[in-house]
Design a protein around this ligand. Sequence first.
Ligand SMILES: NC(=O)c1ccc[n+]([C@@H]2O[C@H](COP(=O)([O-])OP(=O)(O)OC[C@H]3O[C@@H](n4cnc5c(N)ncnc54)[C@H](O)[C@@H]3O)[C@@H](O)[C@H]2O)c1
Length: 384
Amino acid sequence: MRSPYEELRLAFGDATVPYLYGTGCTPALAGTIVERLADVDAVLFVADDGVRGHADAVAAELGRRVRVERVQVEAAERHKTLPTVQHLLETAVARRLTRRSAVVAMGGGTVGNIAGLAAALLFRGTRLVHLPTTPVAAFDATVSLKQGVNLSTGKNLAGTYFVPALIACDLAWLATVPRHDLLTGLAEMVKNVLVAAPGLDDKLTRALDDLTSEPQAALRALLEIGVEAKAPYVAADPREQGGALIFEYGHTAGHAIEFVSGGQIRHGEAVAWGMLIAAEVARRRHGLAADDVAAHHRLVSLLDLPDAAARLDGLDRDAIRGVLAVDNKRGYGPCAAGEVLMVLLDTIGRAVPGLTGGPPLVPVAVAAVMDAFETVAMNALEAV
Ligand SMILES: NC(=O)c1ccc[n+]([C@@H]2O[C@H](COP(=O)([O-])OP(=O)(O)OC[C@H]3O[C@@H](n4cnc5c(N)ncnc54)[C@H](O)[C@@H]3O)[C@@H](O)[C@H]2O)c1
């Protein structure tokens, strides 16, 4: 009999993580999760508040097979903090989880990161299962070992790397993501095409076109784009501290925008603006060709972003400078005071090499990033 889901295997250095995915396969996935967690005695089921319906179905299926201790988490950047992680750890201990137990994280990237860090810390590491429910989580965040939370000064400043036991996604869970969030979440796929897989441009454009008419086929294609583009890099560089840093494209200005907006501008949208800002910086400094800048605008315009001025004008410029000053890539390469390290492209699909032959990051004056920010904030998105 045909399996109700497909299985990919993601390599992270020497580790291999199964990724199970399909459509309408929740009961089968739940059964397999418990089977693969050999000898599991209980599950801390960390569920995103935004997916209660899907989480009820998973909890019921898991609960037939193993003791389930459920905790709800509100997926908001202000809760992506060490106190939330501590709350999960205290709850796990109070509810008698043991070293044979597992953490099952169901939700978007925010809950995945919070629960992922908790799993890495509980008893110095318990088994972790990711059940991603947003495009960012399903097609990008889980194709990464990074687990991190925010500090009061900036995003993802505290965390670790942790290999999950399993990733499983019923693409039907993504059907409830509001259209704006679905599209902006796909900014990470635009990024993959721009930095690593220009050959997937047509496949991405088609999938974005088909999202309304054939959503499940489109989501499958998007998952493939996420994995195909990123998998070879994280296989060779599982800590994303070398070549895989290219996937930080758009994230320098993007993280600052996301953080300063207080999460109002979600991660994907912020990265989309961040990529346009990076393209503007690269146009001025590295001669990124007009066609390549236009390709950025064309792909980003497929995400149906709101007007740039309406989104970016109100953001506190000093606060953005402040976040750029503590960007979490500092230390990966030479970078003077008043500069920030960025991934820049000199052509689509090729990052500007790092100064010392190290990671593909170049120091850019914060003032130059802010100039590019103003250019992007002033201009309507050029649909080409
Ligand atoms: N390598 C990594 O670990 C990595 C990579 C990319 C992003 N991230 C992190 O992921 C976070 C962003 O994740 P995100 O974009 O998934 O947003 P999110 O997790 O903040 O979720 C956004 C909203 O969508 C809701 N939601 C989740 N699934 C839903 C569904 N199926 N239907 C309806 N609503 C749903 C959530 O409750 C929340 O209100 C950021 O904190 C970012 O730093 C991490």
